[in-house]
Design a protein around this ligand. Structure first.
Ligand SMILES: [Fe+2]
Ligand SMILES: [Fe+2]
Length: 167
């Protein structure tokens, strides 16, 4: 009997690889958020939370496309969460994650074009643009850390005191 092959299998595989990347990033940023919040770093902890939720939205977007193409969704993270404790190490790793994701999405969009799947191609292009904005913001935060060091972290703690006083 002839095996039925889904003609969108290339796209489905690329989409699942992306889902697993997004899950890993989302978990990693939630971990950073929790550590930053515990240390009292108000604004950067909130930003980490925001990006974690954005990555989870990316998971949903990719998963919807996988189901539409007749595939199934693999929600297992592509790599385990790293337990980093220093803010500089967190931003450094977040920058690496975003760069590698952008690189994968650019390659995936080309592969989808080659497989005549322009809609998935566009999804990867749109996601790459959003990851570039994460990268840009993480780079700025890293630069602040390099420029101001402990003073920058102290300002984050003052931010928390301010918001507590408002409550
Ligand atoms: Fe993402
Ligand atoms: Fe991202």
């Amino acid at each position: 009997m002839e095996e039925i092959v889904n003609k969108y299998q290339t796209s489905i595989n690329l989409l699942n690889d992306a889902v697993r990347r997004e899950i890993a990033s989302s978990m990693q940023y939630i971990y950073f958020h929790i550590r930053m919040e515990d240390a009292g770093y108000e604004y950067i902890s909130r930003y980490m939370h925001k990006v974690a939720i954005e990555e989870m939205r990316h998971v949903e977007m990719l998963a919807e496309r996988i189901l539409f193409l007749g595939g199934d969704v693999d929600l297992n993270p592509i790599e385990p969460t790293r337990q980093l404790h220093e803010v500089e190490a967190m931003f450094d790793f977040a920058i690496k994650l975003e760069k590698s994701t952008i690189c994968h999405y650019n390659a995936a969009s080309k592969s989808c074009a080659a497989a005549d799947d322009s809609v998935t191609q566009r999804i990867f292009q749109d996601l790459a643009a959003e990851e570039e904005s994460h990268l840009d913001n993480f780079r700025n935060e890293m630069q602040n850390m390099v420029d101001y060091g402990q003073l920058y972290l102290t300002m984050q703690s003052v931010g928390r005191s301010k918001s507590l006083a408002k409550k």
